[in-house]
Design a protein around this ligand. Sequence first.
Ligand code: ARG
Length: 467
Amino acid sequence: MSKSDTSKPANSMWGGRFASGPDAIMTAINASIRFDQRLYAQDIAGSRAHAAMLAQQGIITSNDAQAIREGLLTILSEIESGAFEFSDALEDIHLNIESRLTQMIGEAGKRLHTARSRNDQVALDFRLWVRGQCDSAIEGITALMRAFVMQAEAGADWVMPGFTHLQTAQPVTWGHHMLAYVEMLSRDRGRFEDARRRMNECPLGAAALAGTGFPIDRAFTAKELGFDRPTANSLDSVSDRDFALEFLSAASICALHLSRFAEELVIWSSAQFRFVRLSDRWTTGSSIMPQKKNPDAAELLRAKIGRIMGAQVALLTVMKGLPLTYSKDMQEDKEQVFDAADTLMLALAAMTGMVGDMTANRDVLAQSAAMGFSTATDLADWLVRSLNLPFREAHHVTGTLVAMAESAGVDLPDLSLEQMQSVHSGITQAVFSVLGVENSVRSRQSYGGTSPVRVAEQVARWKAALG
Ligand code: ARG
């Protein structure tokens, strides 16, 4: 039921032309303070820089600027200690802080909003927040890369099955598989670095949308807040959220990578695979089946991409088709990004813990590597190299030998030389040297290949790069 609020006075921050206050439901739909209070530190930093600039330019007195800057620090500690009272009637973090400032220091507080609008203010605060999250993501990804490199170093020469279609393909090394994720994560990190670089321009001073007639110094505030430069177009500054979309896009791709390893962990830790043992710290038991050790963290990591990608789609949809410049629709940008960022940071930390703790079952990996005729390609390559067969023909001969082994219920190395020669008379005893998985991985020394020597080189490269 809508409760009329006409008895309430108009908003003290903008209510000059209003006779009465908003409907209670209007306040509920309009207020963003419950979520945008997360921007308090950025809002205060932006206002402090703005006040300093106003004084430097002679737009306000330095006494006023000092009172503002100190008052804002007091508010910062009030918020951090939990003493600050947030009010829905004051809509958002910007008005809550400004109103408290005026309550504290009087007249001077009312001068802070000179040559500024909430439009450039929110664009600034949110950009600062997302920039900080890029830094956190870069840090979290780097920690996870280190954990993978440690696994790769320990098992640079452990053989395991490599899969395509989740069918046995060719033997690979554990270290090589771990480093595949390091490569993906390094590109993820690069995406956050790129996004950060691109968003690092200061929108403050765009004011409502058109700039301002006051003689502001935008380079001053940009520098003060760690930006490379001020944004060059005031309309663009208050109306785009592509920096947040880039963050969500980088976060989605990163979460997608995490989900793929999470899925491998779910498969690998099953009783049927037993490739890895996850530590007790990252698993849970069942309340009814005493033998269970469930890979819950991995399963959740497999799922988290849903929230993050959902946030990206939601914000793209909010922004789609909006005319320039600011529209209140854009207030719907924050919760999505907050949730996605929280989810990503948690996911990175959980994955880092799990990778650091997991133990590969080296023997199981080696046994499994030999199953499923995994060295059939090595046999075909041997026929090409030693007998000069065209590859297609070698492929056919090998296929016949695989079928023979399969119907005999044995692996390729278990066939006798006579059986092999019945398919191709040129085959010699030397063929058996390529049928072992150790030899198979050792032979794949092409750059980027799975051979332990190549893996060791890549481990060394990453250790140097990651410090
Ligand atoms: N709470 C608003 C938001 O998040 C701040 C900007 C409001 N600007 C305005 N003209 N109403 O977008």
